[in-house]
Design a protein around this ligand. Structure first.
Ligand code: AMP
Length: 283
């Protein structure tokens, strides 16, 4: 696996592959890799000639009081894992390489980035859309893969690609979970063993909601009450949001009439965890 740190070197390499008619796949990450990231890499490995992972903790998607400084990092381990997964290129730029002095250009996807995480993290999706747009310009992938765990991020990226006529196919990959159902996340590293136990409630609440909907329940209020009951706020557990929404527009849904996204964000100790599930009413 080749490690590339500079934008110029990355663009030069990509131009060469494109001239040779090779296809390029990109998996953007913030590193501290886990099996969820590796599943994304495996999903695209067989579909492209050149597989690129980007590892970049993107400062513009963190608010001033958020965890940019203490976000977990272990580049040596990431490089080992990516190599073992058959990655060809790790693009690992420094912050100044992506945001040189005087940087002032941002991509804003106005509507789908406003609800859910957009409420408590107002600049988050602007940072995500900007860095992903830059990665697409630098790496010029034919295919890029994003996890459904970050469902609003996936919807935002799809919208940006469509609106800006970006010539890249976006693939969504199902959420990869630990054996007990907790969605894998680099931020799970913040959890103490007791908090780790409590974090399982996120997936459990999604399961309860699916069971209700399969049983014919249509009332959003009733479903969300159940979800909040399972999440059980208290020491170490604080709900940011629990919401039902249309999976394409992310606008709020009050009655289940078709496939509906249940999305939640919960602070467990020092970690802010998100998870989601599609609710499909029985016909
Ligand atoms: P991150 O490094 O957290 O920014 O994630 C990089 C990519 O991996 C994003 O597209 C995430 O949605 C995806 N991802 C992270 N965790 C998971 C997971 N548990 N299952 C599926 N995809 C994931």
């Amino acid at each position: 696996m080749r490690i590339i740190e500079s934008v110029a070197e990355m663009q030069q390499a990509v131009d060469g592959w494109r001239c040779e008619g090779k296809t390029i796949g990109l998996v953007p990450t913030m590193g501290y890799l886990h099996d969820g990231h590796l599943e994304l890499l495996r999903a695209v490995r067989a579909r492209v000639d050149v597989l690129v992972i980007s590892i970049f903790v993107n400062p513009t998607q963190f608010g001033p009081a958020e965890d940019f400084e203490r976000y977990p990092r272990d580049l040596d381990r990431d490089i080992r894992m990516a190599t073992e997964t058959g990655v060809d290129i790790a693009f690992v730029p420094r912050v100044k390489e992506i945001y040189p002095d005087g940087y002032q250009t941002f991509v804003t996807v106005t509507e789908v980035s406003a609800p859910l995480c957009g409420r408590s993290r107002p600049l988050f999706f602007r940072g995500v859309a900007t860095v992903v747009a830059k990665l697409f310009i630098i790496v010029k992938p034919h295919i890029a893969v994003f996890g459904e765990k970050d469902f609003q991020q996936l919807v935002t990226i799809r919208r940006m690609v469509q609106d800006l006529n970006m010539d890249v196919e976006i693939i969504g990959h199902p959420t990869v979970r630990e054996r007990d159902g907790l969605a894998m996340s680099s931020r799970n590293a913040y959890l103490t063993p007791e908090q780790r136990q409590k974090a399982v409630r996120l997936n459990r609440s999604l399961k309860e909601a699916r069971t209700l909907v399969q049983g014919g329940e249509k009332s959003g209020e009733l479903i969300l009450n159940k979800v909040r009951e399972v999440l059980a706020e208290g020491d170490d557990v604080r709900i940011d949001y629990t919401q039902l929404c249309d999976p394409t527009t992310l606008s709020e849904v009050r009655e289940i009439a078709g496939p509906t996204l249940l999305a939640l964000a919960v602070h467990v100790g020092a970690a802010r965890l998100i998870d989601n599930s599609m609710l499909n009413p029985s016909m």
